[in-house]
Design a protein around this ligand. Structure first.
Ligand code: GAL
Length: 375
């Protein structure tokens, strides 16, 4: 099964936008290995929009731009594969891509065949310039069938920004990850906005078909194509924690060669990644604070009867978040308690059997791994 767990990797768009080229893709693959990101699970190297020439060839096939991709896609895919990584590419369900280049509408079967011949493992399939008379469901069905009959296993990432309720048809269409909201920007408001907008959709994610909250901006520092403002290290930590708790794909969007040590450490936190990649892939329950929707606790049941508990303060002030363990199914008279280990601080918090109460700085969070033990 593809996407048994939320896919992890790197995508060119957030940093390089339309300036993507072969060199940055090769460098991303090299850095994923050099910096130990592959061992953490990052495996897909994905080229986003603006890799193709404005015209198809005489056989109606897409042609990589020879100025930016002189080796061609087969050779580039071979390079990525030689590192033990997987190769992803981009197209779109409409008549043009978002950057107005040739797209796959009415060429789905030719394109799937071409991608298979090049060695593509992952297709990000966008939604710009879609003819109004075709439903999203139908067009994603079509590319899905084209991929399933092309002779190669290719993961399908639908990127339709949540239009026409993809959570209701993504799974039956064969989509492996579906974007539920618009494009992320490298700033706190964007991160918060995405979380609030798609939270109620997370229950639709499960092995084989996950809700995609968009690529990560961790480590962008306000630079690059969507680097509009930048975030503090605390905000990047909270962003990564939210995406991990929500079972969203973890696709790095920063320039990997420019990551600072502290931002790299966020992306490499093995315990947070393990929560995201937990094989049960159960979505979190939200326990909201009574007073403020920016203060809440996310609780996920993990495999092996463990729990992940995320306490979040998305508000702009230092705040105290209180969570009754009663709400998590743990009455005091059960004789049981949660034994808590905080992942970011790598610190033990001992046993708790009544409530959690933490005062957090603005935009901060705590992520606990919890075991149910005797009081
Ligand atoms: C948007 C998509 C972005 C990026 C861009 C490329 O529709 O959401 O992630 O792929 O198109 O033009």
């Amino acid at each position: 099964m593809l996407a048994k767990k939320p896919p992890m990797g790197w995508n060119s768009w957030n940093t390089f936008g339309p300036k993507v080229n072969e060199q940055v893709v090769r460098e991303a693959a090299d850095k994923i290995i050099e910096l130990g990101l592959k061992e953490c699970g990052y495996e897909y190297v994905i080229i986003d929009d603006v890799w193709m020439l404005p015209e198809r060839d005489e056989n109606h096939r897409l042609v990589p731009n020879p100025e930016t991709f002189p080796s061609g896609m087969k050779e580039l895919a071979d390079y990525v594969h030689s590192k033990g990584l997987k190769f992803g590419i981009y197209s779109c369900a409409g008549i043009l891509t978002c950057a107005q280049l040739p797209s796959s509408f009415q060429f789905e079967f030719i394109d799937a065949q071409t991608f298979a011949e090049w060695g593509v493992d992952y297709l990000k399939y966008d939604f710009c310039y879609k003819p109004h008379s075709f439903s999203a469901h139908m067009l994603y069905n079509r590319i899905s069938l084209a991929l399933r009959s092309c002779g190669r296993e290719i993961l399908l990432n639908s990127c339709n920004w949540g239009v026409e309720d993809p959570e209701t048809w993504a799974r039956n269409t064969g989509i492996h990850i579906w974007r539920s909201t618009g494009d992320i920007e490298d700033n706190w408001n964007s991160i918060k906005d995405i979380f609030h907008k798609q939270y109620e959709k997370s229950c639709f994610g499960a092995p084989g078909c996950f809700n995609d909250m968009d690529m990560l901006v961790v480590g962008m520092n306000g630079e690059g194509h969507v680097g509009l403002g930048g975030c503090s290290t605390t905000e990047y930590k909270t962003h990564f924690s939210l995406w991990a708790m929500q079972c969203s794909p973890l696709i790095i969007g920063a320039d990997i060669s420019k990551l600072s040590d502290e931002h790299l450490a966020i992306l490499k936190n093995k315990e947070i990644i393990a929560i995201n990649q937990d094989e049960d892939a159960r979505p979190p329950q939200m326990i909201a604070d009574w007073t403020n929707k920016d203060k809440f606790t996310l609780v996920r049941m993990l495999s092996n009867n463990e729990y992940a508990i995320g306490i979040f303060n998305l508000s702009d002030d230092e705040s105290t978040v209180v969570t009754s363990l009663f709400d998590v199914g743990l009455p005091f008279d059960s004789g049981l308690a949660f034994e808590l280990h905080e992942v970011w601080e790598n610190k033990e918090y001992g046993k708790v059997c009544d409530y959690l109460k933490f005062t957090l700085p603005a935009h901060d969070c705590k992520i606990f791994k919890a075991k149910v033990v005797k009081q």
